[in-house]
Design a protein around this ligand. Structure first.
Ligand SMILES: *Cc1c(COP(=O)(O)O)cnc(C)c1O
Length: 409
């Protein structure tokens, strides 16, 4: 890691806890000495690393050894033949972060890196502004690392995501407002407490964790880049970093012929980034979220502008789905691939379906859908779409009658 650099004016900083440029207020991001990295980093070296995202430590923003979140990442890339058959895609894969360790979402990636870096920077208290999954992951990792912890969430989150904080005993602060209110409050608190807010004052380090999804997809495709990748968007950070990660692999010669199109998916009820794309704007207008995809409900997305830019550079598109289509996407994925994803997964599958139908993604394209969270955390979303069990008395005759079966042979 070389240090931080302003994404707007290019001013460079050392790798401290700073997230906005002192000159132009642009956001900062981590910079690396790619020449030095290229001299020593090979596919073989990566392949001999741990079966976690830390196999890519040379491209991650820490200085010492990984210390927190040692098992995150390296989740399965599932060949989704059945879902592909449904959507008319011959080579579809699902990157399954519903089984990430330890809190079953993609956020275990960013938090492993953020907390390892926070400890390096001398912080004892960690915090975050969250739409749900981030808080779960920060709370779990802080418990295991014996760090003080405050998580801030909107007041209307899914029950499983609230419980998924409380069980680790952090300070859970439920704010009477939406995520954007939570985030504003956290920025104010970050200004007066010496706490590591993973997605505020140490955001440059946190965000780098998202790149590992791109690295893993490429490695799991035997060091080739897919033709198409569909990414759910909240703040837009994940999409931006998928693009950065793919370009780094190309720059380092770890993949050749990278021509991936990166597509963004949002819920119609909170689609400031996708709406800007559809209307041909390069800036977004903040919205008041109203969607069942609460993990993606950010009305004023910090990386919206950069996500628009990344998708455009890659030749990717953006689209949205209704709440109904989200539920359809969740049940379709479950019933074709046996993967129970949360609402954000329904958004990704729903948008993938639209892009395939419109011919933006073609039958022969190697396509990857990023499935980023687990359905057990958002059960209310599908409760009315999955039917009920068939109830019978404990009687063989009743069973045969109910299912219209006759004894075999
Ligand atoms: C946080 C999150 C995302 C993406 O968030 P960004 O802010 O765009 O990086 C995607 N899916 C799930 C389930 C999430 O929790």
């Amino acid at each position: 890691m070389k240090g931080l650099v302003c994404r707007e004016c290019g001013k460079e900083y050392p790798a401290v806890s700073l997230h906005v440029c002192e000159l132009c207020f642009g956001p900062l991001e981590v910079q690396y000495n790619y020449k030095e990295i290229q001299a020593t980093l090979t596919r073989k070296k990566i392949e001999s690393g741990p079966k976690s995202l830390w196999r890519y430590v040379d491209l991650l923003p820490i200085e010492g050894e990984p210390s927190i979140g040692l098992h995150a990442g390296f989740t399965p890339l599932v060949r989704a033949k059945n879902l592909g058959d449904e959507l008319g895609l011959d080579t579809l894969y699902v990157k399954n972060d519903t089984v990430n360790h330890p809190t079953l979402s993609f956020k275990d990636r960013v938090v492993s890196i953020a907390l390892t870096r926070a400890r390096e920077l001398g912080y004892e208290t960690v915090a975050c502004a969250s739409t749900g999954n981030l808080a779960n992951s920060v709370a779990a990792h802080a418990a295991a690392a014996k760090m003080q912890c405050y998580v801030f969430i909107p007041h209307d989150l899914e029950a499983a995501k609230v419980l998924g904080n409380l069980v680790y005993r952090p300070n859970v602060v439920e704010v009477e407002g939406n995520y954007d209110d939570v985030n504003r409050l956290c920025s104010e608190i970050a200004g007066e407490q010496r706490w590591a807010f993973v997605n505020v004052n140490i955001r440059p380090y946190y965000a780098e964790g998202s790149k590992t999804l791109a690295y893993e997809v490429v490695e799991q495709l035997d060091w080739t880049a897919p033709d198409q990748i569909v990414v759910p968007m909240a703040s837009g950070s994940l999409l931006t970093k998928i693009w950065k990660g793919l370009n780094e692999l190309q720059k380092l010669g770890l993949v050749t012929d990278m021509h991936t199109r990166v597509h963004g998916a949002q819920a119609e009820g909170c689609s400031p980034i996708a709406a800007a794309y559809k209307e041909g704007r390069d800036f977004f207008k903040p919205v008041k979220p109203k969607t069942i995809a609460k993990s993606l409900a950010i009305g004023n997305p910090a990386d919206g502008y950069y996500a628009l830019k990344a998708a455009a550079e890659s030749g990717g598109a953006m689209d949205t789905v209704t709440d109904e289509e989200i539920v359809e996407g969740m049940t379709l994925l479950a019933q074709t691939e046996g993967i129970f994803a949360e609402t954000a997964g329904g958004v990704t599958v729903g948008v993938l379906k639209k892009l395939a139908k419109q011919g933006i993604i073609k039958r022969g394209d190697v396509t990857v859908a990023l499935i980023t969270g687990n359905g057990l955390k958002t059960q209310d979303a599908v409760i009315n779409a999955v039917g009920r069990p068939t109830r019978i008395p404990p009687s063989l005759v009743q069973f045969q009658k109910t299912f219209n079966l006759t004894p075999h042979g």
